[in-house]
Design a protein around this ligand. Structure first.
Ligand code: TRP
Length: 350
């Protein structure tokens, strides 16, 4: 049944719990796409090491955390495949093969690499430089046709398309050139009006309780030019209204509130109280699902095991074909693989 659907691959690095920015930017979209496409959602834990290799203790808890959040947000393991990148060695293998088809100079020009190097106090590693090659491997390994991503990931998609083209030119039509499905823009701001970021202290997390959410909303940044509730307020660039636009289905009510805010007829506290209610109501189904699964590490691991096995099945076939095309045609069954045709040397000599 899933075989006939167009394949989508996307993923997150397990860097911490998911917040409402992830929800409206990506997860809601994934939940819709899983109905119509053959979706693989990848926990890109190898990618975490490109910058965070000094914190090995965090990867497993963060992996559990994001899988829990994905499920709470409505990702359905009956419909979509949730896979763990590091458990499928073919990702690394394809990354190495693809790295033959790109120059070092090309990778140095990737804007995300340049930004990361500026932000890091470390010498950039070879692993960081090849970040987008590993991402290309994630995508091409499954012959994905679409990749839902944020705008910041477009340079990686462009490189992926270049690699697919180059491979196809050299070795024959193998990989589709994947197209991005862009997440909605602009992004939801953080409670302090900077970009919402797990580590900035300005995020509302899916796992936050209603009380915690209300507390965060009540301390939100609003309109810095407004001193008294009777001063005319600004709605544009005001994160409280950005959230209302996103989460309140009652558009008319929001319109009215904006008009009163602009006219200086409603105070910040009243608007925030209203937003806290709206937000808590909207997050309630997610919290309910989370309450059912959080702490049930067996279910979470079972979901990841199942999905990873399913993905591995595809990955193994696909890597084998890729190796063949590049001339690596000898297959030697290794001892530990418990292969019944143990002594047999498969593969073509040509
Ligand atoms: N680089 C992506 C990010 O930081 C995560 C990622 C890894 C990814 N592999 C991917 C996204 C493959 C899409 C497809 O958000």
């Amino acid at each position: 049944m899933t075989e006939e659907k167009t394949r989508i691959l996307t993923g997150h690095r397990p860097t911490g719990p998911r917040h409402i920015g992830h929800l409206v930017g990506t997860l809601n979209n994934w939940v819709r796409l899983q109905e119509t496409h053959d979706c693989i959602f990848l926990v890109a834990d190898l990618h975490v090491l490109t910058t965070d290799y000094q914190h090995p203790d965090q990867i497993v808890p963060h992996t559990r955390e994001i899988v829990t959040d994905w499920l709470a947000a409505g990702i359905d393991p009956q419909k979509a495949t949730l896979a763990l990148q590091s458990a499928i060695p073919e990702h690394v293998q394809l990354c190495l093969l693809l790295s033959m088809l790109v120059t070092d100079a090309r990778l140095h020009r990737v804007p995300t690499f340049k930004e990361q190097v500026q932000n890091l106090n470390l010498e950039p590693s070879l692993g960081l430089l090849s970040y987008p090659v590993l991402q290309a491997a994630d995508i091409l390994l499954y012959r994905a046709e679409f990749v839902p991503v944020g705008e910041d990931q477009l340079p990686h998609l462009e490189l992926t398309r270049e690699l697919a083209r180059r491979f196809n030119n050299l070795y024959g039509e193998t990989f589709p050139e994947p197209e991005p499905i862009l997440s909605r823009n602009p992004r939801l701001p953080g409670t302090d009006n900077r970009t919402m970021h797990t580590s900035y202290g300005n995020a509302i997390f899916l796992k936050d309780s209603p009380e915690e959410t209300t507390r965060k909303v009540m301390s939100m940044y609003t309109d810095p030019t407004r001193i008294h509730a009777t001063d005319p307020g600004h709605v544009e660039g005001n994160p409280v209204f950005a959230y209302l636009d996103e989460f309140d289905p009652d558009v008319e009510q929001v319109g009215e509130l904006k008009a009163r805010y602009r006219a200086g007829k409603v105070g910040d506290v009243a608007v925030k109280r209203y937003l806290a209610e709206v937000l808590n109501r909207s997050l309630e189904p997610i919290r309910q699902r989370r309450a059912e699964i959080a702490g049930d590490s067996e279910t979470i691991e079972a979901v990841l095991h199942d999905g990873t096995r399913r993905a591995h099945h595809i990955a193994r076939e696909s890597l084998s074909e890729t190796m063949d095309r590049m001339g690596l045609k000898l297959r030697i069954p290794l001892d530990h693989e418990n292969n019944s045709q143990n002594a047999e040397l498969r593969g073509a000599f040509c």
